[in-house]
Design a protein around this ligand. Structure first.
Ligand SMILES: Nc1ncnc2c1ncn2[C@@H]1O[C@H](COP(=O)(O)OP(=O)(O)OP(=O)(O)O)[C@@H](O)[C@H]1O
Length: 478
């Protein structure tokens, strides 16, 4: 568990225009957070119960008979609404969002008897680990203290603009990442970032996105509890401070994972979500070298009609990753994530950070340097020195660079959609397999190599790696 050094600073550019505030989510939409501050959790339960009964009463009066017959008698109306949102199947299990009947506190979580979860026959008291599927829960400060030995520095795994990240172990044995906000941070925009991360994460569920388990908002503490992803972040892997060197096939798989996550956010959620802070340190890596996108503090929902968010008063993102079109127009679209994804592709190929101040002036901006390499037909020279240079790897580098150059187009209209990027990457992956099979030393092994690829493809979501074929010809030494 190494503590990561601070990665590129976030950019905040006031545009001087008096436009609508950058983030104005209706916190009550989340349906979970007690608006009043400095109140005990018990207080929130009581108030929530009143509110819930009010909602039920209201709903019962408004529902037509046909609507009533559709609902499971044990499900709350709010679950009905939430379950249609973005494939999120659980809705909230917090006091303020749950429907009818009594709340039970189970293993530090507020539970509903009569909820969808309990109706499904899973006993939350005996299996609280599974109970995350219900949706985010409200933690008590005490249980988070216990999970982290009172936020001991030995449990610290990261630090960022939001605050400090700890690894914690809950009573049921689940490992979690606990993001504890820096207290002197609490300005208006910061609070909106906190709420934003919870709001956004609560709406999504995808294997390549970090899952939200719960949160705490009590007195001056703001904490987010998310799925723990145990193998560091992509930047640490590229720097060589984590793991053994990522080879080209693994980097390609990571790119595909990120492309899937962003395609999901842009295309398959009810309201498209723009992440706004795609960068290597926000890509977390699992033990099987799969990628999960984290850090939704800056994410924004997009209006379905226009495909754009409202004009921002502040441009947010991390230096080196921010879309120049967004900087120019203050108009945020999903293509801003596409731009940042282009920067990420360049990082995966070169291993370099987007800005490398210690290098000669002409090489400092990695994107510029790498795209010049592509133009000069010298992809092989800009490949990360840690990468093996076999034919398959070089071809992948060239193709990924070409895709990166499209993502990095100066204006958003000419950039591909994330879905197209994912499809192109799948094509690159397929061609890489073919090259590796062809480069295989013996003809007879080609069929077995083909067979093993098929086997790996069929369980891509279980054990998804293509390994670099050690037998492919080494064209150049790093
Ligand atoms: N779910 C997690 N599992 C494991 N490690 C994590 C997790 N979330 C964050 N980390 C670690 O903590 C670091 C900082 O986390 P995070 O980026 O979420 O904080 P932040 O304040 O939003 O950072 P920044 O402002 O730089 O984007 C990550 O780079 C990663 O190394």
């Amino acid at each position: 568990m190494s503590m990561r050094s601070r990665t590129p600073t976030h950019l905040l550019f006031p545009n001087g225009k008096h436009q609508k505030a950058d983030s104005e989510y209706n916190w009550s939409d989340v349906g979970t957070v007690d608006k009043a501050k400095n109140v005990s959790v018990l207080g929130s339960i009581k108030r929530a119960a009143k509110k819930v009964f009010g909602v039920i009463f209201f709903r019962q009066r408004k529902l037509k008979p046909t609507e009533c017959s559709r609902s499971d008698p044990g499900e709350s109306s709010i679950f009905d609404r939430e379950s249609t949102l973005s494939g999120w199947t659980g809705g909230y299990s917090s006091p303020s969002s749950v429907g009818r009947s009594t709340e039970k506190r189970v293993s530090g979580q507020y539970r509903l008897s009569g909820s969808r979860f309990l109706n499904s026959g899973i006993d939350s008291s005996s299996s609280s680990r599974k109970s995350w599927h219900l949706g985010p829960v409200i933690f008590s400060f005490k249980e988070l203290q216990k999970a982290t030995s009172n936020f001991a520095s030995v449990h610290q795994i990261g630090e960022g603009g939001f605050g400090t990240v700890f690894k914690g172990k809950l009573d049921d044995g689940t490992f979690v990442a606990i993001k504890r906000a820096r207290k002197n941070n609490y300005g208006k925009s910061w609070l909106s970032e906190f709420k934003n991360e919870i709001y956004t994460l609560s709406k999504i569920e995808h294997m390549n996105l970090v899952k939200l388990y719960g949160f705490l908002e009590h007195e001056d503490e703001r904490v987010i509890v998310v799925e723990y992803v145990g193998n560091g972040n992509l930047r640490e892997h590229l720097d060589g401070s984590r793991g053994s060197r990522l080879q080209m096939a693994e980097r390609l798989e990571i790119a595909i994972d990120v492309a899937h996550a962003l395609t999901y956010l842009h295309t398959y959620t009810d309201n498209p979500i723009i992440h706004r802070d795609i960068k290597a340190s926000n890509i977390l890596i699992t033990d099987k070298l799969r990628a999960k996108v984290a850090d939704f503090g800056f994410a924004r929902l997009v209006s379905e009609e226009s495909g754009v968010t409202h004009i921002s008063t502040q441009v947010k993102g991390s230096s080196g990753y921010v879309d120049p079109d967004y900087l120019r127009t203050f108009q945020l679209t999903d293509k801003s994530d596409v731009y940042s994804f282009g920067v990420l592709l360049i990082e995966l190929i070169t291993g370099r950070r987007p800005i490398e101040l210690k290098r000669p002036k002409k090489d400092r901006l990695t994107v510029k340097w790498a795209l010049k390499g592509l133009k000069d037909d010298e992809a092989v020279l800009i490949m990360d020195p840690l990468l093996k240079r076999n034919r398959a790897a070089i071809e992948v580098a060239e193709k990924m660079l070409k895709l990166a150059s499209q993502c990095l187009a100066p204006t958003r209209v000419t950039r591909p959609a994330m879905k197209d990027c994912a499809e192109k990457l799948w094509g690159i992956r397929r061609e890489m397999k073919e090259t590796m099979i062809c480069s295989s030393p013996s003809v007879s092994s080609s069929s077995s190599a083909g067979h093993s690829f098929m086997a790996r493809d069929s369980d891509r979501y279980a054990l998804p790696r293509i390994e670099d074929n050690e037998n492919t010809t080494e064209l150049l030494s790093p």
